[in-house]
Design a protein around this ligand. Structure first.
Ligand code: HEC
Length: 233
């Protein structure tokens, strides 16, 4: 995919007033449908109930169909919000998405003739469910991994902004791709102005954060958190 194309897609959405990632608008469909397939599949097997097995099967089919746009928006968001950085949680999500797709396709292959009455369906639905849980865990790591319970109340807002925008590449104030250029003790945090100038126009591959992504007020909260909490941890 072309990088400029992705950026212009998000710019277009931004002009419409939409500044959020796209992945969260999709991901609940396959997640919910896999959970549905699992619950109905278990009930169907337990009670030898054909209609429940069929209902589980249709849930699985919807999950399979919506896994494709969900992976696509995941890749788009990753390119836009994480500048395509190969972070560990992202690698795991990529692998797990492939695993989920294999399980769903296996379920499709086995259940196609009987609409999900095959004896192995429950086992496959269980594997799908476990994969979904792991995907959710690493998604949480990616977005919230940098948050801590011990941060003082005054800096919680800044911490949340950090976790959402910076923590993926700068966990604990470090730097995953350029370990010699951490946030902690960086000359770029010597003053509020220097800091603001940096996040608005950083050096690639760090992505820029325009005021639509982080407002001046939010940047102040972020700066307070970095200098008062992160830099001292
Ligand atoms: C996609 C990964 C990524 C994200 C997200 C990211 N950064 Fe960076 N950051 C980098 C990279 C790579 C560098 C090194 C750039 C260079 O070569 O100078 C860097 C450098 C920095 C530096 C300067 C280090 C130095 O001393 O030169 C600071 C400060 C910094 N980032 C803060 C932030 C803040 C604050 C955020 C969130 C608003 C953020 N970064 C989001 C990747 C990222």
């Amino acid at each position: 995919m072309h990088d400029g194309l992705i950026a212009s897609l998000y710019r277009f959405l931004g002009n419409l007033g939409y500044h959020h990632p796209l992945h969260p608008t999709q991901l609940h469909i396959p997640v919910g449908m896999v959970i549905g397939a699992f619950i109905l599949g278990v009930m169907g097997a337990f009670r030898h109930h054909r209609e429940l097995k069929h209902a589980a099967w249709y849930c699985m089919l919807i999950a399979l169909v919506f896994t494709f746009p969900t992976i696509l928006t995941g890749l788009l968001d990753w390119s836009q919000f994480f500048a395509g950085a190969m972070l560990f949680p992202f690698k795991m999500k990529l692998i797990l998405a492939g695993v989920l797709l294999c399980f769903l396709l296996t379920a499709y292959g086995l259940g196609r003739k009987t609409k999900g009455e095959h004896g192995a369906m429950v086992a496959i639905y269980t594997f799908c469910l476990l994969t979904i849980l792991a995907l959710g865990y690493f998604g949480g790591e990616l977005v919230y991994g940098a948050r801590s319970v011990s941060t003082p109340e005054d800096f919680k807002a800044g911490e949340a902004i950090y976790a959402e925008n910076c923590g993926g590449c700068h966990p604990n104030g470090g730097n995953v791709s350029h370990p010699n250029l951490p946030v902690k003790n960086s000359p770029k945090i010597s003053s509020q102005e220097t800091f603001l100038a940096w996040i608005r126009k950083p050096k690639a591959p760090m992505p820029a954060f325009p005021p639509t992504a982080i407002s001046d007020d939010q940047a102040r909260e972020l700066y307070q958190y970095i200098t008062n909490v992160l830099n001292k941890s």
